[in-house]
Design a protein around this ligand. Structure first.
Ligand SMILES: NC(=O)C1=CN([C@@H]2O[C@H](COP(=O)(O)OP(=O)(O)OC[C@H]3O[C@@H](n4cnc5c(N)ncnc54)[C@H](O)[C@@H]3O)[C@@H](O)[C@H]2O)C=CC1
Ligand SMILES: O=C(O)[C@@H]1CCC=N1
Length: 265
């Protein structure tokens, strides 16, 4: 178990997911966790429930943290950075999970030698099935980077990535749970249309998507190999695949990723 004190500013969807995963994995003991939530009372309630520490003040939280995780939306980050700046120690590890807020932007608020890491995790981190892309700043020491890797490894898989690829990595792994949820919902709706109960339809669609992703990972299979294995000659699946191609599933997904990652043609 990690003995460092971890502070998390912002306990919305992503902050809460990180907390769930870090506690579930036993990376963290609640006595070493400090949380704050701005004007919302969510952090206070969560701290009572989890038996961790609540800080009303972001600066106080920053002074307690060895590892400080900033889990607010990028628009709020400048205000939060102004609050925490005086309290950050030279060896405090600062992890930002914000998309679209670059290291160069951080240096407008924090000194160049600050130990900053950008990381884009995803919501499945809550059940230790996360995927986190990590970009350390040049001033990170190898021991500090090791600590960051251990934190995110406790809640899923990790990849070190250069900053210019972080946005697209954060889209393919960080935004995609929402895209996949749409697919699962549509699959289940079709099942309901044809007479399945809602519960039956969700069980079938969720388990099928989990199984498909798991076999691709575990057998190091290409998606095309799985598709070919499911499509029996002259069978039912290939008829459905042909319709997905006709209605442009692939192109819809590619355009979605481009929009999320702000990629221009
Ligand atoms: N939701 C996701 O799946 C992912 C989100 N992220 C990043 O995580 C960050 C947070 O996103 P979400 O959790 O989705 O947003 P959210 O809106 O659910 O959570 C943000 C939280 O920050 C709190 N907050 C606002 N002002 C504050 C302040 N001054 N001090 C402390 N807390 C304050 C809000 O009360 C809210 O609970 C964003 O930067 C986003 O880019 C990154 C990867 C995935
Ligand atoms: O929607 C967002 O901005 C965040 C970043 C990655 C996933 N959710």
């Amino acid at each position: 178990m990690n003995m460092k004190q971890v502070g998390i500013i912002g306990v919305g969807h992503l902050g809460s997911a990180l907390i769930s995963g870090l506690l579930k994995s036993q990376y963290l003991d609640p006595k070493n966790l400090f949380i704050s939530g701005g004007s919302s009372d969510r952090a206070q309630k969560l701290a009572l429930q989890l038996n961790c520490h609540f800080c009303a003040d972001n600066s106080e939280l920053a002074s307690k943290a060895d590892i400080l995780i900033l889990a607010v939306i990028p628009q709020i980050l400048p205000e939060v950075l102004e609050q925490v700046k005086p309290a950050i120690k030279d060896d405090t590890i600062i992890i930002s999970v914000a998309s679209s807020f670059t290291l160069a932007q951080f240096y407008q608020y924090l000194p160049k030698h600050a130990a900053i890491v950008r990381a884009i995790p995803n919501i499945p981190s809550a059940i230790c099935q996360g995927m986190t892309a990590i970009t350390p700043s040049p001033s990170i020491k190898s021991l500090q980077l090791e600590q960051v890797k251990q934190l995110f490894l406790a809640i899923g898989k990790i990849a070190l990535i250069e900053e210019k690829k972080l946005e697209i990595s954060g889209t393919v792994a960080g935004c995609s749970p929402a895209y996949v949820a749409l697919f699962i919902e549509a699959l289940a709706d079709a099942g309901v249309l044809a007479g399945l109960s809602r519960d039956e339809a969700y069980l079938f669609s969720k388990q099928a998507v989990l199984g498909a992703a798991s076999i691709l990972l575990e057998q190091d299979m290409l998606p095309a190999q799985l598709k070919d294995a499911v499509c029996s000659p002259g069978g039912t699946t290939i008829r459905g695949v042909a319709q997905l191609e006709k209605f442009g599933l692939r192109n819809a997904v590619i355009e979605a990723v481009k929009a999320s990652a702000k990629i221009k043609d």
